[in-house]
Ligand binder design. Structure first.
Ligand code: MF3
Ligand code: CO
Length: 263
Protein backbone atom coordinates (compact mmCIF):
# COMPACT_ATOMS: atom_id res chain seq x y z
CA UNK A 1 0.00 0.00 0.00
CA UNK A 2 2.95 2.32 0.69
CA UNK A 3 3.82 2.71 -2.98
CA UNK A 4 0.45 4.30 -3.75
CA UNK A 5 1.19 7.28 -1.49
CA UNK A 6 2.61 10.31 -3.26
CA UNK A 7 5.47 12.46 -1.94
CA UNK A 8 5.72 16.26 -2.29
CA UNK A 9 7.58 16.03 -5.60
CA UNK A 10 4.93 13.68 -7.01
CA UNK A 11 2.19 16.06 -5.87
CA UNK A 12 3.92 19.06 -7.45
CA UNK A 13 4.00 17.25 -10.78
CA UNK A 14 0.45 15.93 -10.42
CA UNK A 15 -0.78 19.51 -9.78
CA UNK A 16 0.90 20.68 -12.99
CA UNK A 17 -0.70 17.82 -14.93
CA UNK A 18 -4.10 18.43 -13.31
CA UNK A 19 -4.08 22.08 -14.24
CA UNK A 20 -3.59 21.12 -17.88
CA UNK A 21 -6.48 18.63 -17.74
CA UNK A 22 -8.69 21.31 -16.17
CA UNK A 23 -7.60 23.87 -18.76
CA UNK A 24 -8.64 21.53 -21.60
CA UNK A 25 -12.17 21.29 -20.17
CA UNK A 26 -12.29 25.10 -19.77
CA UNK A 27 -10.91 25.75 -23.25
CA UNK A 28 -13.33 23.42 -25.09
CA UNK A 29 -16.59 24.88 -23.75
CA UNK A 30 -17.30 27.41 -26.57
CA UNK A 31 -16.92 24.63 -29.17
CA UNK A 32 -19.64 22.38 -27.74
CA UNK A 33 -22.40 23.65 -30.05
CA UNK A 34 -24.80 22.18 -32.62
CA UNK A 35 -23.28 20.83 -35.87
CA UNK A 36 -19.70 20.38 -34.69
CA UNK A 37 -18.45 16.81 -35.18
CA UNK A 38 -16.98 14.95 -32.24
CA UNK A 39 -13.84 14.44 -34.34
CA UNK A 40 -13.39 18.20 -34.60
CA UNK A 41 -13.70 18.49 -30.80
CA UNK A 42 -11.06 15.78 -30.44
CA UNK A 43 -8.74 17.57 -32.89
CA UNK A 44 -9.03 20.85 -30.97
CA UNK A 45 -8.23 19.13 -27.66
CA UNK A 46 -5.42 17.07 -29.20
CA UNK A 47 -3.71 20.14 -30.67
CA UNK A 48 -4.16 22.15 -27.47
CA UNK A 49 -2.71 19.41 -25.26
CA UNK A 50 0.29 18.83 -27.52
CA UNK A 51 1.10 22.26 -28.94
CA UNK A 52 -0.03 24.67 -26.23
CA UNK A 53 0.55 22.57 -23.11
CA UNK A 54 3.43 20.39 -24.39
CA UNK A 55 1.70 17.40 -22.80
CA UNK A 56 0.48 13.99 -24.02
CA UNK A 57 -3.16 12.92 -24.42
CA UNK A 58 -3.22 9.77 -22.28
CA UNK A 59 -6.09 8.06 -24.10
CA UNK A 60 -4.38 8.11 -27.51
CA UNK A 61 -3.11 4.58 -28.10
CA UNK A 62 -4.07 3.41 -24.59
CA UNK A 63 -5.12 -0.24 -25.16
CA UNK A 64 -5.33 0.86 -28.82
CA UNK A 65 -7.93 3.58 -28.17
CA UNK A 66 -7.76 5.53 -31.47
CA UNK A 67 -8.36 9.13 -30.35
CA UNK A 68 -7.08 11.63 -27.78
CA UNK A 69 -10.19 12.10 -25.62
CA UNK A 70 -13.46 10.25 -24.99
CA UNK A 71 -16.71 11.94 -26.09
CA UNK A 72 -19.90 10.25 -24.87
CA UNK A 73 -23.20 11.63 -26.18
CA UNK A 74 -26.69 10.98 -24.69
CA UNK A 75 -27.10 7.20 -24.18
CA UNK A 76 -23.34 6.61 -24.40
CA UNK A 77 -22.17 5.86 -20.87
CA UNK A 78 -18.42 6.20 -21.46
CA UNK A 79 -15.49 5.68 -23.86
CA UNK A 80 -17.26 7.22 -26.88
CA UNK A 81 -14.81 7.43 -29.80
CA UNK A 82 -14.67 10.80 -31.57
CA UNK A 83 -16.10 10.38 -35.08
CA UNK A 84 -16.19 12.67 -38.12
CA UNK A 85 -19.74 11.50 -38.91
CA UNK A 86 -21.16 12.23 -35.45
CA UNK A 87 -22.45 15.81 -35.16
CA UNK A 88 -23.75 17.37 -31.96
CA UNK A 89 -27.33 18.64 -32.06
CA UNK A 90 -29.52 20.91 -29.99
CA UNK A 91 -30.60 19.17 -26.77
CA UNK A 92 -27.70 16.69 -26.54
CA UNK A 93 -25.88 16.03 -23.28
CA UNK A 94 -22.20 15.34 -23.85
CA UNK A 95 -19.44 14.03 -21.62
CA UNK A 96 -15.89 15.06 -22.47
CA UNK A 97 -13.30 12.94 -20.68
CA UNK A 98 -9.75 14.26 -20.73
CA UNK A 99 -6.63 12.52 -19.45
CA UNK A 100 -3.17 13.97 -19.89
CA UNK A 101 0.41 13.00 -19.12
CA UNK A 102 2.85 15.77 -18.18
CA UNK A 103 6.37 14.96 -17.00
CA UNK A 104 5.24 11.29 -16.72
CA UNK A 105 2.32 12.12 -14.37
CA UNK A 106 -1.27 11.33 -15.32
CA UNK A 107 -4.45 13.17 -14.36
CA UNK A 108 -8.01 12.50 -15.43
CA UNK A 109 -11.25 14.54 -15.39
CA UNK A 110 -14.54 14.78 -17.20
CA UNK A 111 -17.69 16.85 -17.19
CA UNK A 112 -21.01 17.20 -18.98
CA UNK A 113 -21.76 19.89 -21.57
CA UNK A 114 -25.29 20.87 -22.62
CA UNK A 115 -25.74 21.51 -26.35
CA UNK A 116 -28.10 24.43 -27.01
CA UNK A 117 -31.24 24.09 -24.91
CA UNK A 118 -31.55 20.82 -23.00
CA UNK A 119 -34.82 19.64 -21.43
CA UNK A 120 -35.36 19.79 -17.69
CA UNK A 121 -35.08 16.05 -17.02
CA UNK A 122 -31.79 15.72 -18.86
CA UNK A 123 -30.36 18.80 -17.16
CA UNK A 124 -31.40 17.31 -13.82
CA UNK A 125 -29.57 14.05 -14.64
CA UNK A 126 -26.37 16.05 -15.17
CA UNK A 127 -26.88 18.13 -12.03
CA UNK A 128 -27.51 15.09 -9.84
CA UNK A 129 -24.39 13.40 -11.21
CA UNK A 130 -22.25 16.46 -10.51
CA UNK A 131 -23.76 16.87 -7.04
CA UNK A 132 -23.10 13.21 -6.22
CA UNK A 133 -19.41 13.72 -6.97
CA UNK A 134 -19.31 16.99 -5.03
CA UNK A 135 -21.13 15.47 -2.02
CA UNK A 136 -18.69 12.55 -1.88
CA UNK A 137 -15.77 14.98 -1.50
CA UNK A 138 -17.07 15.90 1.96
CA UNK A 139 -16.21 12.46 3.39
CA UNK A 140 -12.60 12.50 2.25
CA UNK A 141 -9.76 12.85 4.74
CA UNK A 142 -6.89 10.84 6.17
CA UNK A 143 -8.30 7.93 8.19
CA UNK A 144 -11.77 7.78 6.61
CA UNK A 145 -13.10 4.62 4.95
CA UNK A 146 -12.96 4.61 1.16
CA UNK A 147 -16.35 2.87 0.87
CA UNK A 148 -18.01 6.04 2.25
CA UNK A 149 -17.55 7.57 -1.21
CA UNK A 150 -19.70 4.99 -2.98
CA UNK A 151 -22.22 4.95 -0.16
CA UNK A 152 -22.81 8.71 -0.45
CA UNK A 153 -22.98 8.65 -4.26
CA UNK A 154 -25.38 5.70 -4.46
CA UNK A 155 -27.67 6.99 -1.74
CA UNK A 156 -27.97 10.44 -3.31
CA UNK A 157 -28.41 9.18 -6.88
CA UNK A 158 -31.06 6.60 -5.96
CA UNK A 159 -32.94 9.08 -3.76
CA UNK A 160 -33.25 11.13 -6.94
CA UNK A 161 -34.60 8.13 -8.90
CA UNK A 162 -31.55 7.63 -11.10
CA UNK A 163 -29.16 4.64 -11.11
CA UNK A 164 -25.41 4.15 -10.63
CA UNK A 165 -23.40 2.18 -13.20
CA UNK A 166 -21.60 -0.60 -11.32
CA UNK A 167 -19.10 -1.87 -13.91
CA UNK A 168 -16.67 1.08 -13.88
CA UNK A 169 -14.91 2.64 -10.94
CA UNK A 170 -12.58 5.44 -9.96
CA UNK A 171 -8.91 4.57 -9.63
CA UNK A 172 -5.61 5.59 -8.15
CA UNK A 173 -3.54 7.62 -10.60
CA UNK A 174 -0.01 9.00 -10.75
CA UNK A 175 2.81 7.55 -12.80
CA UNK A 176 0.20 5.05 -14.05
CA UNK A 177 -3.16 5.83 -15.64
CA UNK A 178 -4.92 3.28 -13.43
CA UNK A 179 -3.56 2.00 -10.12
CA UNK A 180 -4.72 1.21 -6.58
CA UNK A 181 -6.92 2.10 -4.81
CA UNK A 182 -10.11 1.40 -6.79
CA UNK A 183 -13.08 3.57 -5.88
CA UNK A 184 -16.55 2.08 -6.29
CA UNK A 185 -19.46 4.45 -6.82
CA UNK A 186 -21.83 2.22 -4.82
CA UNK A 187 -21.66 0.82 -1.28
CA UNK A 188 -19.50 -2.23 -0.72
CA UNK A 189 -19.57 -3.30 2.92
CA UNK A 190 -16.56 -5.56 2.33
CA UNK A 191 -14.19 -2.78 1.27
CA UNK A 192 -12.29 -1.80 4.39
CA UNK A 193 -9.64 0.31 2.67
CA UNK A 194 -8.73 3.45 4.61
CA UNK A 195 -7.91 6.80 2.99
CA UNK A 196 -4.38 7.99 3.68
CA UNK A 197 -2.88 11.40 3.07
CA UNK A 198 -0.98 11.38 -0.21
CA UNK A 199 -3.38 8.99 -1.94
CA UNK A 200 -4.36 10.37 -5.34
CA UNK A 201 -7.41 8.91 -7.04
CA UNK A 202 -10.30 9.70 -9.35
CA UNK A 203 -13.98 9.70 -8.47
CA UNK A 204 -16.05 9.38 -11.64
CA UNK A 205 -19.67 8.32 -11.12
CA UNK A 206 -21.66 7.30 -14.20
CA UNK A 207 -25.36 7.85 -13.59
CA UNK A 208 -28.20 6.57 -15.76
CA UNK A 209 -31.65 8.00 -16.28
CA UNK A 210 -33.31 4.55 -16.19
CA UNK A 211 -31.71 1.14 -15.63
CA UNK A 212 -28.02 0.94 -14.68
CA UNK A 213 -27.49 -1.90 -17.21
CA UNK A 214 -24.95 -1.26 -19.94
CA UNK A 215 -23.69 -2.89 -23.15
CA UNK A 216 -20.44 -2.57 -25.09
CA UNK A 217 -20.61 -1.85 -28.83
CA UNK A 218 -18.83 -3.83 -31.55
CA UNK A 219 -16.09 -1.19 -31.81
CA UNK A 220 -14.86 -2.64 -28.51
CA UNK A 221 -14.99 0.73 -26.71
CA UNK A 222 -18.31 2.57 -26.85
CA UNK A 223 -20.45 1.68 -23.83
CA UNK A 224 -24.19 2.46 -24.02
CA UNK A 225 -27.15 2.07 -21.72
CA UNK A 226 -29.02 -1.14 -22.45
CA UNK A 227 -32.45 0.55 -22.42
CA UNK A 228 -31.51 3.64 -24.45
CA UNK A 229 -31.92 5.97 -21.45
CA UNK A 230 -29.46 8.82 -21.11
CA UNK A 231 -26.28 8.66 -19.07
CA UNK A 232 -24.13 11.26 -17.39
CA UNK A 233 -20.68 11.38 -15.79
CA UNK A 234 -18.45 13.78 -13.90
CA UNK A 235 -14.89 13.02 -12.86
CA UNK A 236 -12.18 14.65 -10.79
CA UNK A 237 -8.70 13.63 -9.71
CA UNK A 238 -8.22 14.39 -6.01
CA UNK A 239 -5.50 14.05 -3.37
CA UNK A 240 -6.31 13.03 0.19
CA UNK A 241 -4.90 15.40 2.85
CA UNK A 242 -4.76 15.17 6.64
CA UNK A 243 -7.86 17.38 6.92
CA UNK A 244 -9.78 16.74 3.70
CA UNK A 245 -8.85 16.78 0.05
CA UNK A 246 -7.61 18.96 -2.77
CA UNK A 247 -9.22 18.82 -6.21
CA UNK A 248 -6.30 18.38 -8.58
CA UNK A 249 -8.44 18.98 -11.70
CA UNK A 250 -10.49 21.90 -10.31
CA UNK A 251 -11.80 24.24 -13.02
CA UNK A 252 -12.31 28.00 -12.78
CA UNK A 253 -16.06 27.88 -13.37
CA UNK A 254 -16.81 25.39 -10.56
CA UNK A 255 -18.95 26.52 -7.64
CA UNK A 256 -17.05 24.45 -5.08
CA UNK A 257 -13.70 25.19 -3.45
CA UNK A 258 -10.49 23.60 -4.69
CA UNK A 259 -9.58 22.61 -1.13
CA UNK A 260 -12.01 20.82 1.19
CA UNK A 261 -11.52 20.90 4.96
CA UNK A 262 -13.67 18.07 6.35
CA UNK A 263 -13.06 18.19 10.07
N1 MF3 B 1 -10.79 8.58 -18.57
C1 MF3 B 1 -11.06 7.18 -18.67
C2 MF3 B 1 -10.84 6.60 -17.30
O1 MF3 B 1 -11.31 7.14 -16.36
C3 MF3 B 1 -10.17 6.67 -19.74
C4 MF3 B 1 -10.60 5.44 -20.38
S1 MF3 B 1 -9.40 4.75 -21.35
C5 MF3 B 1 -9.69 5.26 -22.95
O2 MF3 B 1 -10.18 5.65 -17.05
F1 MF3 B 1 -8.76 4.79 -23.65
F2 MF3 B 1 -10.88 4.92 -23.32
F3 MF3 B 1 -9.61 6.56 -22.99
CO1 CO C 1 -10.70 7.78 -14.86
Amino acid sequence: MKNILKNEYDLQQIRISGKITANVLEMIKPYIIPDISTKDIDDICHNYIINVKKAIPACLGYNNFPKSICISVNDVVCHGIPNKKLFLKNGDIVNIDVSVIKNNYYTDASKMFLVGSVNKKNKLLCQITRNSLYLSLKCIKHGAKINKIGQIIQKYVEKNKFSVVKEYCGHGIGKNFHELPYILHFYNKNDHTIMQKGMVFTIEPMVNEKSSSIKCMKDGWTVKTQDGGLSSQYEHTIVVTSTGCEIITHQKNEKIPKIFINT
